[in-house]
Design a protein around this ligand. Structure first.
Ligand code: SF4
Length: 238
């Protein structure tokens, strides 16, 4: 895909993102939430519906926290109760309980601002770390989750097998000005249109740029030609 086409896809998806409710973490960042809250909400949001994460952080967990260190004085069971029913709430509660001590021990209690350092914290992988760098610290980072990975491959922007390979490839392909907001555009689009199963290609506004769509169209055309040939009456002159 050319750079102009990438820009065109981005602009269309950005507009779609703006026309729909923003994912909870983007909304928190836009509302100026403190970095530690963005980190916690991002940890909780993995494999969890946005509406559930939003409800848990706004109505249960954050009202009980004045600062990140408060997690240290809670028991794992208390944290579990505060974050239920997010996905994998037991593992996430155990990670949150350890967070203040690890942060203090490795980074003097201050939240680090690089992907590599953030990945040293419990419950934080590259996806979470990139999102925190991009949204909490407003620094260039590309968060590649399942949606970004799937759609970038379908469109033909990258040809990769894992989210990490996609992240590495996108770093080389995308201009830095697109990095921070790339994830939000693709997550929104992946939840509504380019879904994991049965993508709604007939409603897709970027189909003319999509490699998968082109291949499927060409395949359908060639099958139709074969079918037409088979149905054509034999030439009477032959
Ligand atoms: S045309 Fe289909 S596969 Fe391609 S990006 Fe759009 S929804 Fe996804």
């Amino acid at each position: 895909m050319t750079q102009d086409e990438i820009d065109a896809v981005y602009n269309i998806l950005l507009q779609e993102f703006k026309d729909n409710p923003a994912p909870v973490i983007d909304l928190m960042a836009a509302q100026g939430a403190e970095p530690y809250k963005i980190l916690i909400a991002t940890i909780l949001s993995a494999r969890t519906k946005d509406s559930t994460t939003s409800d848990v952080v706004r109505n249960k967990l954050f009202p009980a926290l004045n600062r990140l260190e408060d997690l240290d004085s809670m028991t794992v069971e208390q944290i579990e109760q505060l974050i239920f029913p997010v996905g994998f709430y037991r593992q996430k509660a155990a990670s949150l309980k350890k967070l203040p001590a690890v942060l203090h021990e490795k980074f003097g209690g201050k939240l680090p601002q690089t992907v590599e350092e953030l990945c040293e914290l419990p419950g934080v992988g590259r996806k979470t770390a990139n999102l925190v760098v991009a949204l909490a610290f407003q620094k260039p980072a590309i968060c590649v989750d399942v949606h970004v990975n799937r759609i970038c491959n379908r469109l033909g922007i990258v040809s990769t097998s894992t989210p990490y390979e996609t992240e590495e490839a996108l770093r080389k392909i995308l201009p830095q000005r697109l990095w921070r907001t790339w994830n939000a555009c693709f997550v929104s689009f992946g939840q509504r249109t380019c879904t994991p199963r049965n993508p709604k290609c007939n409603l897709c506004r970027v189909s003319k740029f999509c490699q998968t769509f082109k291949s499927q169209y060409e395949m359908t055309q060639s099958r139709q030609k074969e079918k037409d040939k088979g149905m054509r009456p034999a030439n009477p002159a032959s």
